[in-house]
Design a protein around this ligand. Structure first.
Ligand code: SF4
Length: 981
């Protein structure tokens, strides 16, 4: 008998109906398969009536396959995608395409294949535009479906409904309850069982004006079903409807749960249901806020296996590892997870990790374990059977001493939180072992022991397999708010349903076919039942929405409107009839914090904090908050001044010029770096350290000129004959010095080092060409001498009547002739010299102060002996020509990186000075110091550097290593940058 019985919506799987079919089952002496549309229905039905076979359509197909003794290995849709990847990975032409593209291609192919199968179409019926996929689909069916017997859900149904059943299925009939419609494959199963002559009863829910139900009924009639007459639905009273908008998803959840806790007490809460239009987006947030507000939700607490440390260790740190362990950084992740799996005290964990990072030292036992894991990973073959890969991972897990360690903790530790974490890890360990064993057994049973895949496919397959693995942490409470989806909301038996997330685009969802198939293709394909058009899905959503009005006395819809009033997000089109009565932004942070009652101390404190933060006057602020406000004020102001005692201790009379520059740039950084000696974090370097490069360059330049014996000599000493020798010397020195840099960068790959090396080689050659052009081959400067390199100086400078400072430093290069001298400073990167913006505030002091120091030295006879060797007579009133940075990136430049006396500007400038350089009438030290008020600034910097370390940078550099511990704000950065403009 094939019958369709109309059913009130709320009668789906009710006790009377189940009992009736249970009796029938007893009478016929064979099980009756009771098919329900969702897991929630299945669970509920099992609770209501034990002893019935509650199943799904997939179970019906599996029953047929089992009875027909068809052997197969069930695979999921995601696994199918991986097999397509494996197929495409075997393609000889694959190297012509990037791997990411191949993955997308495999996914699109697998989805197209799955979609074809879902609409009951064979691969031979592909529309002409998809014919190029046919060979891949054929190979999949031959290799994986027919030969290996790896059956995805669609192929299980296709295979089942194609079988001629010789033996009886031992089935007393089928009851299908709660479905509004059926997919193509479900119709195919129904048709198959109709052909086998089984009794089938379909209970079709009644929803007034639901077009989808009319279509379902028509289709079932074509299959031979007889429809019983339905009674007119009487809706006694339409539910009250309220629609609210929220600024964010979080506020929506807070608002709804607030509403629930105000309206329903512990007893009445069972009358409330929540429907999440987008469960994936909302569920975690809802559970979190409910926990915070102590509202019970009838949902067991589970954790994903993939959230366990053990999973991270096995999958992320080990299996996904490239297998190259050439530096300590390559093993760091592995060691870190292993250490965390030991549940050490935080201090021990930090100490051990630090010791490894700094000196690669590990305790002997740990070292052995790490070596064992590394060789495990390195020995894994690029291609092997799935059983092989699974077995080696299982053996590795079984051999590991993780559980011994956890056992010790469980016996000795008292920290509840830690014990809970260990129990979770242990459950994840058992889950993993069981998963591995089960997969191995299944593969062996199906004769798939030799099934080979590439290693990367195995790793992804392993990940996908564990994606859905969950571990129970806590059972669902007996009483609480029930959560539903549109599919199972008819199970609700209370008064009030809250529907969250009813935004345009979320519901109705907008349907798309899988893979490359388009809706227009459906018309050309021989789809046997219910072609999945968007019209059909829309009808289904209409029915889903309409059903809500039969289920509750009150419906509260909400959606997210966003925070931007000019660009509001829109509500679902289904809410159109209530458009006028939408309560706009009912749920928002402002409204939440404006409420004057609180559900917990935390909530109370959060509200007070909000008002205090807005600058409102709040009486009786809790002590904890007062302390926080105080701390925040302090942090925001950024003032860091030391006591008089420390001021006295830190006071100095001698300071290097670079220290003063560093203090001017950022007093806070200066304190961390130069006073507290806070080391920068040790981390994997991705670029060559600029300090190492700087030292290398200075060393090369000095050695180079020494070997050429040019120091102290006029530029005319260098002759054309020396060119070749000079080139060789430069490169030889570079080789030696580069070897030192390489020693300091052992973590770098050879490739990276050789790229860097080549780059610096080029830069050096360019530098030498520029040196020749500016100095050695410069016809106008033949009498000028390279006087000194790396010259240390000490300058006593009287800043005012009370303060005299001794400045120290090193001048990279001094050139001199009868008329004056030039100071140069070599830089590996670019450098500028702007007197108003950089020199005046103290950010660039080296060149101007070295000019002063040099002038004083020459005037007080410091170089008397040397000069008499160089010139026939000591020049009188010798003064500076200029000063310049020489950048290795642009060594010819003498523009915004230098300062010159005005006579050196113009076409025939012997120093090739560009008009953009700073022009000074005189560089005489006292005039220069006075013009830029440098003495006053030096007094400020000197005083500040012993007492004021406030977060007030004049220049906050992006790459500052102290950024993670610095509270500088964007405002403070901009303020500093603007101070000397
Ligand atoms: S981040 Fe900026 S303000 Fe903070 S210490 Fe570094 S340079 Fe100074």
């Amino acid at each position: 008998m094939l019958v369709v019985k109309p059913s009130p919506l709320t009668d789906v799987a009710n006790v009377d109906r189940l009992t009736q079919h249970f009796r029938k089952q007893k009478e016929v002496g064979k099980p009756i398969y009771y098919i329900l549309p969702s897991n929630k229905y299945l669970q509920e039905a099992r609770k209501r009536k034990a002893g019935m076979a509650f199943k799904t359509f997939d179970d019906l197909a599996d029953l047929v396959l089992k009875k027909a003794k068809v052997e197969f290995f069930p695979v999921s849709e995601t696994e199918r995608t991986l097999f397509f990847q494996e197929l495409i990975a075997r393609d000889k032409k694959r190297f012509l395409q990037p791997s990411e593209e191949l993955r997308h291609k495999a996914k699109a192919y697998a989805e197209t294949y799955g979609q074809l199968k879902r609409i009951g179409v064979s691969i031979h019926e592909l529309p002409p535009q998809y014919k190029q996929m046919q060979s891949v689909f054929q190979e999949y069916e031959l290799e994986w479906v027919q030969k290996q017997r790896l059956l995805d859900p669609e192929n299980r149904i296709h295979e089942a409904v194609s079988l001629q059943m010789e033996d009886s299925l031992n089935l007393g009939g089928i009851v299908i309850d709660g479905y509004l419609d059926f997919s193509t494959l479900q119709y195919m199963v129904i048709q198959y069982f109709v052909s086998l002559g089984f009794d089938i009863t379909v209970y079709l829910p009644e929803i007034d004006h639901a077009e989808i139900l009319v279509e379902t009924l028509d289709q079932l009639s074509i299959l031979g079903f007889h429809a019983e007459k339905s009674e007119e639905i009487q809706i006694e009273k339409l539910p009250l409807v309220e629609v609210s908008s929220a600024t964010t998803m979080e506020e929506e959840v807070y608002g709804v749960l607030d509403d629930i806790s105000q309206k329903y007490d512990e007893q009445a809460i069972k009358n409330v249901g929540i429907l999440l239009a987008d469960e994936r987006a909302y569920l975690d947030m809802l559970l979190k806020v409910a926990r915070e507000k102590d509202i019970p939700i009838k949902q067991p607490i589970k954790k994903n296996v993939t959230d366990s440390l053990l999973f991270q260790f096995i999958y992320q740190s080990l299996l996904k590892h490239s297998g190259r362990f050439s530096s300590r950084w390559d093993s760091l992740d592995l060691i870190d997870t292993l250490l965390r799996l030991q549940f050490l005290q935080s201090f021990d964990y930090m100490t051990k990790k630090k010791a490894y990072i700094e000196s690669e030292s590990l305790e002997e036992k740990m070292k052995e374990a790490v070596e064992q894991f590394i060789s495990f990973r390195q020995e894994l073959p690029k291609k092997a059977s799935l059983v092989y890969y699974l077995s080696v991972v299982r053996d590795l897990l079984a051999k590991s001493e993780l559980t011994d360690n956890w056992k010790k903790h469980l016996l000795q530790d008292e920290n509840t939180k830690k014990l809970q974490q260990i129990r979770f890890e242990w459950k994840a360990y058992d889950f993993l072992l069981a998963f591995l064993n089960q997969k191995i057994e299944m593969l062996q049973e199906q004769g798939l022991s030799e099934l080979e895949v590439h290693y990367q496919i195995f790793v992804e397959w392993f990940y996908e397999g564990l994606q859905r693995g969950t571990i129970y942490i806590e059972r669902a409470p007996l009483k609480g708010v029930q959560l539903y989806s549109f599919r199972d909301i008819a199970l609700f038996e209370g008064e009030h349903i809250y529907v969250l997330g009813l935004n345009e685009g979320t519901f109705p969802k907008g349907h798309k076919l899988g893979g490359y198939l388009q809706e227009s293709d459906l018309k050309k394909l021989p789809v046997p039942f219910a072609a999945p058009t968007s019209k059909l899905f829309r009808k289904k959503d209409d029915a889903f929405f309409q059903q809500l009005f039969l289920l509750a006395d009150k419906l509260s819809f909400s959606y997210v409107v966003g925070v931007d009033p000019h660009n509001p997000l829109l509500p679902s089109g289904y809410l159109e009839p209530w458009k006028q009565q939408i309560i706009d932004r009912k749920y928002s942070t402002v409204n939440r914090f404006a409420k004057n009652e609180s559900f917990s101390t935390y909530d109370y404190e959060e509200k007070i904090a909000y008002h205090v933060g807005l600058g409102k006057r709040v009486s009786s602020i809790p002590m904890r908050l007062q302390a926080m406000v105080h701390t925040l004020d302090f942090l925001e102001a950024g003032i860091e001044q030391v006591s008089a005692k420390w001021h006295g201790k830190l006071k100095r009379e001698k300071m290097s010029v670079t220290m003063l520059e560093s203090y001017a740039m950022c007093p806070f950084k200066y304190a961390l770096e130069r006073i507290l000696n806070v080391k920068e974090p040790t981390e994997k370097r991705t670029t060559i350290d600029f300090r190492d490069v700087g030292s290398m360059l200075h060393a090369i330049i000095e050695k180079f000129y020494k070997q050429l014996n040019l120091i102290g000599k006029p530029f005319s000493t260098f002759t054309a004959e020396m060119t070749e020798e000079a080139d060789h010397i430069l490169m030889d020195i570079f080789e030696d010095e580069w070897a030192v840099v390489e020693q300091q960068h052992l973590d770098f790959s050879q490739l990276q080092l050789s790229i860097e090396k080549e780059d610096w080689q080029k830069k050096l050659r360019k530098w030498w060409l520029a040196e020749k052009k500016h100095f050695w081959e410069n016809k106008q400067l033949q009498t000028m001498h390279l006087f000194r390199l790396e010259e240390s100086i000490e300058l006593d400078l009287k800043l005012n009547e009370e303060v005299t400072i001794t400045l120290t430093g090193k001048i990279d290069r001094i050139d001199i002739d009868e008329h004056g001298f030039v100071i140069y400073d070599y830089k590996s990167g670019l450098a500028s010299l702007n007197f108003d913006k950089e020199v005046r505030p103290g950010l660039k002091l080296q060149l101007p102060l070295y000019l002063v120091a040099m002038e004083k030295r020459l005037l007080n006879g410091h170089y008397q002996i040397d000069l008499s060797n160089i010139f026939t007579s000591v020049p009188e009133n010798v003064t500076a020509h200029g000063a310049s940075y020489i950048s290795l990136r642009d060594p010819l430049k003498r523009a915004g990186n230098s300062v010159w006396r005005e006579e050196h500007f113009g076409k025939n400038s012997p120093f090739s000075v560009n008009y953009r350089a700073t022009k000074e009438e005189t560089l005489s030290s006292e005039i220069l110091l006075a013009k830029y008020q440098l003495k006053e600034r030096l007094v400020e910097l000197l005083n500040g550097s012993s007492k004021d370390f406030s977060v007030r940078p004049l220049k906050c550099i992006n790459s500052c290593v102290y950024k993670p511990v610095c509270r500088v704000t964007q405002d403070q950065i901009e303020e500093g940058e603007g101070e000397w403009k």
